[in-house]
Design a protein around this ligand. Structure first.
Ligand SMILES: [Zn+2]
Ligand SMILES: [Zn+2]
Length: 628
């Protein structure tokens, strides 16, 4: 090669490519392979094929390849297969876009049907995989693409199901009625990890209202930032140890938290007793009571007559009374909070603990049902204003303002999350005991801060909601009897064929919706029809299953734990977490599927922001080189 007199990266790149183009690297490697020390496994953290690679992805790929080359030079044979994350929300939403669909999930299915969406997903991942492989070649990546794993393929799905089988056997996999984070646009629940990705500053109403107590001439003053949850209101919470004060305000008696009295009255523009001589609206404290002494006092919901479902429960006296609970924060609002168990995690737990029925007049589209009376047919958040107006008419209005606060939004669609009581499937992580933490503690992380962050997340032991109400994903292979509710889990194609009473697509059906949904079983108890539970799996479950699902049985036992894996720092709540949990479940012991994990920092743009497609700072101007 000539010696360059001028630095021209484009020319140098071209020259190097044409030089390397003549070398068959694979055959070079094969020659070397005859002389290896031992075999090492590697598991590729699969990129999601909803788009093309960009500069933010590249450094991680280069680190992986460097490690591979280094280990190869040390005479290890490294199993270095590519892997592709091919299912789930990001792919499905992108496919909907390509089909020109702009509505919510249910509108889109109505327009084109499940099969067209599935076909569009498959096409999309093929197109994007081609682009990824092209860029990998330009980078000089050494992945084995022929033996790459694809999370949507039937053989992968059947092996992924083995994790579910193990979890089912050891009692970790459970159906549970519980409040989950739910995206109204994507119409699916989201995991804790997904919710943590999308906190933003949002504006909400700050609404004070009053409810009349049943047995005394007094009003409880309550604060909420989600007026629509008055439709699912069941209880009012006070702190048992806090002092509450009865105050006279314009000839009405109000009950508020003593700590909040002064600032609340200021906020509401009500002046204290001293000002009475000046003839200004005033308040005067009458007496105080401890929160625990308010427990059990009943109140009259101001909108009762217009919400039939709520009226029924209230008439039965199962709801609408005060509960004293430690979680109630007396430093904000009025010191009293209302509890809407259908729309709040803590609210739900308190109601469940007290065996109070949960009123959920909300459907899959997050729209109020018949039971919500005058609010039926409305998207819940659109009901805020109507609720405030109805409260005004019912003389229950105190004040409405605005508040800007941190609130989770959907990481894909940007919509505000709604907390919703739903039936979902969970991995009960706390039942794994100390195994996850013990497994994670034995790993080498190279730096303290990501290590500590990862271990803290493991310690949370939050139940992992693994079910999603979408189309394009690994189906949950559990069937439920339409009459008696008996459940049966079938974790392989052979088991399904053996039990099916209806196989409308023959025995080589595809393990995806809509085909798998057509398969019916006959209940072994009551002989009625059993239908598949209508869920697919969290896409993070797909990639977390890769150690077992992408390898053969013998490879898995020989190569896992892998010596070294690396991904971005955001994967502490993502892939690293699901890999670890699933491996602990699969082996039912305290073993991580990796000995070392390097969490890389993000690639940043010129303003210091993370480079990612969703932030729109990775589009490359034609002809502009980002290397110089
Ligand atoms: Zn969404
Ligand atoms: Zn049955």
């Amino acid at each position: 090669m000539e010696v360059y007199t001028k630095f021209d990266p484009k020319k140098i790149e071209g020259d190097i490519r044409s030089y390397l183009g003549g070398v068959d690297q694979a055959s070079l490697l094969d020659k070397e392979m005859s002389n290896v020390n031992s075999v090492l496994g590697y598991i590729e953290g699969p990129p999601t094929l909803n788009g093309e690679p960009h500069v933010g992805h590249l450094r991680g790929r280069i680190i992986k390849d460097m490690w591979y080359r280094f280990k190869t030079l040390q005479k290890y044979r490294v199993i270095f297969r590519a892997g592709w994350d091919t299912q789930g929300l990001p792919i499905e939403l992108q496919a909907e876009k390509l089909l020109g669909l702009t509505g919510s999930k249910s509108e889109n299915i109505k327009r084109v049907g499940v099969e067209s969406i599935v076909n569009a997903c498959k096409q999309l991942i093929q197109t994007n995989a081609t682009k990824w492989i092209e860029v990998d070649h330009l980078l000089g990546m050494s992945f084995d693409y022929e033996r790459a794993y694809w999370t949507y393929k039937d053989e992968y799905i059947e092996r992924e199901w083995k994790y579910l089988k193990k979890a089912w056997e050891i009692g970790i996999l459970k159906e549970w009625f519980r409040v989950v984070a739910y995206c109204p646009s994507c119409q699916t629940s989201l995991s804790n990890a997904e919710v943590n990705q999308g906190y933003k500053n949002v504006e909400d109403p700050s609404f004070y209202y009053k409810v009349k107590m049943s047995e005394e001439e007094a009003f409880l003053i309550v604060w909420t930032t989600m007026p629509f949850t008055l439709i699912t209101d069941e209880l009012i919470g006070v702190n048992p140890d806090a002092t509450y004060v009865y105050v006279n305000v314009n000839d009405q008696v109000w009950v508020v938290g003593q700590d909040r009295l002064q600032s609340l009255m200021n906020e509401l523009g009500i002046i204290n007793y001293e000002s009475i001589r000046l003839g200004i609206i005033n308040y005067e404290s009458i007496r105080t009571v401890l929160g625990k002494n308010l427990e059990g006092r009943r109140y009259i919901h101001p909108l009762l007559e217009t919400i039939p479902g709520l009226k029924r429960l209230s008439d039965e006296k199962s709801i609408h009374f005060v509960v004293a609970e430690q979680f109630v924060d007396v430093s904000t609002g009025s010191g009293l909070v209302h509890l809407a168990p259908a729309n709040g995690e803590e609210d739900f737990e308190i109601a469940t603990k007290r065996c109070i029925p949960i009123f959920v007049p909300i459907d899959d589209k997050v729209v109020f049902t018949e039971e919500a009376g005058q609010f039926r047919g409305m998207y819940v958040r659109d009901a805020d204003e109507m609720v405030i107006n109805a409260m005004r008419e019912a003389s229950a209005y105190v004040k409405v303002g605005k508040i800007v606060h941190q609130y989770p939004t959907c990481w894909r669609s940007g919509h505000k999350i709604v907390w919703l009581a739903r039936r979902e499937y969970f991995y009960m992580i706390d039942k794994l005991g100390q195994n996850p933490l013990s497994a994670a503690s034995k790993v080498e992380y190279f730096f303290d801060s990501p290590r500590n962050r990862f271990l803290e997340i493991i310690k949370e032991k939050v139940p992992w909601c693994i079910s999603r109400e979408r189309i394009w994903g690994t189906p949950l292979p559990i069937w439920k009897c339409n009459s008696c509710g008996t459940k049966e889990a079938l974790f392989s194609r052979t088991e399904i064929i053996g039990r099916a009473s209806e196989l409308p697509d023959g025995t080589d059906f595809e393990l995806h919706r809509p085909w798998i949904d057509r398969i019916q079983l006959k209940c072994s108890h009551c002989k009625d029809i059993m239908s598949r539970e209508p869920f697919v799996l969290d896409t993070w479950h797909n990639s977390g299953a890769s150690p077992y699902a992408s390898l053969s049985d013998s490879e898995y036992s020989q190569l896992i734990p892998a010596a070294f894996l690396t991904e971005g720092i955001d994967q502490t709540r993502g892939w690293a977490y699901t890999l670890l949990m699933e491996n602990v479940i699969m082996r039912n012991t305290n073993q991580a599927p990796f000995h070392a994990f390097l969490f890389q920092g993000h690639m940043l743009d010129e303003k210091g922001n993370k480079m990612s497609k969703s932030l729109g700072n990775v589009e490359q101007e034609p002809g502009k080189c980002y290397g110089c």
